[in-house]
Design a protein around this ligand. Structure first.
Ligand code: SAH
Length: 236
């Protein structure tokens, strides 16, 4: 018993020590990433750019490849999954047109990076992940970075998360054959949903808006995401 207690005390010490380390040690790399990869390609929402400059993206990346954290590409995060390229994170986030009091749902928590960006721009974020191992890492990191307005849920995200609905913004960060119907139901009036929709190999970035009975659809170019696996996604 006391052994166990000692263990957890020790862990807490390490965390405290870590917290005092300069989280922003790669600030200059982030500034360049935002300027050259995100802003240069047309993302101009200052709140999105600020959030991307602020959050330590390298912390969301496995230690052995952290050197590449600010490169212009997606990176593997384990279990065959990836963290999106910074530009795609910036683009999809800006397409959500978030206001500070909005509630957002993300499908595909992955590393937690996208959810952490959303946490800076909205009031609450619910992020769903189907793989418990990945979800638990994202959850721990969020706590470590003192991000308290993100809830990580382990479930099939194609069903959405009814207890938190309606959502002003919904973002799917995995390739979807079509937009899962439950997510459209859980979108608020005037809500925006952004998702990669298409085949397993290539998708189009789609934004839909709900206005009364009307659903409008806009396209924003080709992207490649890992598949959304679930009841209203691809079958495993
Ligand atoms: N947004 C993430 C990257 C997502 S990668 C980030 O910022 O790092 C896509 C993630 O979607 C993977 O972790 C995968 O396990 C998850 N996923 C796939 N199908 C899912 C489903 N039906 N529900 C929830 N998560 C799903």
């Amino acid at each position: 018993m006391s052994q166990k207690k000692q263990g957890s005390e020790h862990q807490r010490d390490e965390e405290d020590e870590d917290r005092t380390m300069p989280e922003d040690s790669r600030t200059e790399e982030r500034r360049c990433m935002v300027r050259d990869q995100v802003e240069a390609r047309g993302v101009d929402d200052p709140r999105v750019l600020d959030a991307m400059r602020e959050l330590p993206r390298h912390r969301f990346i496995p230690p052995e490849i952290q050197a590449a954290a600010y490169h212009d590409r997606p990176l593997p995060i384990g279990c065959g999954q990836t963290i999106s390229q910074p530009y795609i994170v910036g683009l999809m986030t800006s397409l959500l047109e978030l206001k500070p009091y909005d509630t957002v749902l993300e499908i595909g928590a992955g590393s937690g990076y996208q959810a952490a960006i959303l946490s800076k721009l909205a009031r609450t974020v619910v992020t769903i992940e189907r793989l418990p191992e990945i979800a638990s890492k994202a959850k721990d990191l969020m706590e470590h970075l003192a991000i308290f307005n993100v809830m990580v849920v382990v479930e099939d995200g194609t069903l959405g998360y009814a207890p938190g609905a309606p959502y002003d913004g919904i973002i799917i960060t995995a390739a979807s054959p079509d937009i899962p119907a439950p997510l459209i139901d859980q979108l608020a009036e005037k809500g925006r949903l952004v998702a990669p929709v298409g085949s397993r190999d290539l998708q189009q970035l789609v934004r839909i808006r709900k206005q009364g009975d009307q659903i409008s659809r806009e396209l924003f170019g080709g992207v490649v995401f890992v598949p959304l696996l679930g009841r209203h996604g691809w079958q495993e």
